[in-house]
Design a protein around this ligand. Sequence first.
Ligand SMILES: [Zn+2]
Ligand SMILES: [Zn+2]
Length: 235
Amino acid sequence: MTRTALAGFREFAARLADALLPSSCLLCGSPCCGAPLCPGCLADLPPLATRHCPLCLEATTHGERCGACLARPPHFDQVHALYRYAFPLDHLISDLKYHARFALAKHWGRQLAGLTPPPDRIIPLPLHPTRLAERGYNQAQEIARHLARSLERPLDPDSLEKSRATRPQAELSHKERQGNLKGAFACTRDMDGLHLLLVDDVLTTGATLDEAARVLKLHGAARVEVAVVARTPRH
Ligand SMILES: [Zn+2]
Ligand SMILES: [Zn+2]
């Protein structure tokens, strides 16, 4: 079996298991019907700072704009996130990303729909085709699919492409980061005047989503908001 076929089979098996198996909480194992997490574990997930930058959600003393957004305003207009990226959310994100726990994508997609104003189009942050073939699915697209369904807005998984493989920004030095994202994304359609919602699992440095938003605005997008499950605090 080729690697791509194997990834496809694993994805199919995971979807089937999701649909057929009675669900128990992914964190504590207690039975919970139809949900990936029990109410107790759900209530314990790490919350965002109550006072934060209105643009990027970084914690600030009085809820004012953070230094980074003041010094160099990002190309996206606003970030929406459900949680702070910390234990045990890092494990749950890995469960979706590497172990095809699609029930989490459905749950988070629906929750994000309650936070975001309906856009014209919903765009998942794309994976490079090589990475997609290895993994068999794009976790951002899985979340975006359910978000689009809940908001009753079109999902557009094709217009933004990852044209060049890049290394995770968090692993790189300051100097390496600058060149890493150059030409990473390509947009294949006119976004003239559209309000777009970019979807990903985690916002870490924000640089990747910023670059994607830059490319979408270059193609005419009037507004680009970002929806992520979790936001990594900068400090
Ligand atoms: Zn639980
Ligand atoms: Zn900010």
